[in-house]
Write a protein that binds this ligand. Structure first.
Ligand code: 8OZ
Length: 367
């Protein structure tokens, strides 16, 4: 029988078990540079079959929160090199999540204090985080400007360049496209945030174009087998919604199938919240079927609110990988705890975003 603790192959990635550390934003990278404390944090969690880093900006324009890391400066790549070395030293595998926030940003975080960019000039009813005097402050996002079509090739190029830097310079085992949670690629996908009238708006084919171009460019740069993608068909995170998510996402996964990606990472329901949303039904089995019927062989990774019992059930029913978010904040040895059926430490919300070692590297492992 398949269990959470079996080794598994995801594209080119050979993983020791099916437990994945989900990407978690922690805002502990001043000037976007990963620190030695971050290397310690990820290395503590190297027992996961796969670590996915916190979302990491592919460009200055892709930045939307205080003290989140980047992948576009040599000091940033040097910082990440320390992280991947520490994780590999403990036998772990780690991919970096490639992030462009689009409209979920603030002028204070943008190059030259400019407006954030988006498919259309529609402000997100959501907040971002600035850090003032070491204290996180939640602020409204700034009004974005619509990207011109002639700017989009530069964004696709920035994804590919970040991926190449991640694998060739920083030593990552691969990359994950952040196609979820109402950030740039998801803003293009969904009807509520994309009102474009060019080749990147309107039909499903057009709305999916940027995500597919960027993912193909990244797969060309580092290999499909080193590329994963995260999608969140119905999450309301960051104020996005789609009129017909089932048709949209079945189209997206059918188009992804020929790239032979390492994995598809699917957030079921509302990110970090309910797995079922009454007015946003979605058939995830049909999504997976659409992907497999189109020839997609990547690992199927599920996420959102999993505990041991639900994860074991998902794996028994055919999920290949299960990503755990909040449990990984508080339990560096989560795989061992799940294996033993041990109690889990509870995460402290007050230290999720920003700060230092407290609530970050000081959660105890089992004795
Ligand atoms: C929490 C706070 C800030 C960013 C996401 C990158 O939702 C995030 C994020 C989460 O994907």
């Amino acid at each position: 029988m398949r269990t959470l603790f079996d080794p598994v192959q995801a594209g080119s990635l050979q993983l020791a078990n099916r437990v994945v550390m989900a990407p978690l934003t922690r805002n502990r990278a001043p000037s976007a540079v990963p620190t030695p404390l971050m290397a310690q944090y990820y290395a503590q969690r190297a027992g996961a079959g796969l670590l996915i880093t916190e979302a990491t900006a592919i460009s200055h324009q892709g930045q939307g929160y205080a003290d989140v890391p980047g992948l576009y400066g040599s000091d940033q790549l040097d910082g990440w090199k320390n992280v991947t070395r520490a994780v590999h030293g403990k036998g772990g595998r780690i991919v970096v999540q490639l992030w462009h926030v689009g409209r979920v940003s603030h002028t204070e975080l943008q190059p030259g204090g400019g407006q954030p960019v988006a498919p259309s000039a529609i402000t997100a009813r959501t907040k971002t985080v600035l850090i003032k005097d070491g204290v996180p402050a939640f602020v409204e996002t700034s009004e974005p400007r619509a990207l011109r079509a002639d700017e989009l090739p530069g964004i696709v190029h920035a994804y590919a360049a970040a991926a190449r830097n991640a694998v060739e310079t920083a030593g990552f085992d691969g990359v994950e496209m952040h196609g979820a949670n109402g950030y740039l690629l998801d803003q293009f996908l969904k009807t509520s945030s994309n009102r474009r009238e060019d080749d990147y708006g309107g039909s499903i084919e057009n709305r999916a174009r940027l995500l597919l171009e960027a993912t193909r460019a990244v797969a060309d740069a580092v290999g499909g087998g080193r590329t994963g993608i995260r999608l969140s068909p119905v999450t309301p995170a960051n104020d996005v919604n789609d009129d017909n998510p089932q048709a949209l996402f079945e189209y997206v996964v059918r188009q992804l199938a020929p790239l032979q990606l390492a994995y598809l990472h699917i957030i079921e329901g509302s990110t970090g919240g309910p797995r079922e949303i009454a007015d946003r039904p979605f058939d995830y089995e049909a999504l997976k079927r659409a992907y497999r019927e189109a020839g997609g062989k990547g690992a199927w990774m599920v996420n959102n609110g999993y505990d041991k019992a639900l994860a074991e059930q998902a794996v028994a029913q055919g999920a290949d990988l299960v990503a755990f978010g909040k449990p990984y904040i508080a339990n560096p040895d989560l795989v061992e705890r799940l294996r033993q059926g041990a109690a889990l430490n509870a995460p402290d919300k007050a230290t999720f975003y920003g700060g230092g070692a407290r609530g970050y590297t000081d959660y105890p492992a089992l004795a």
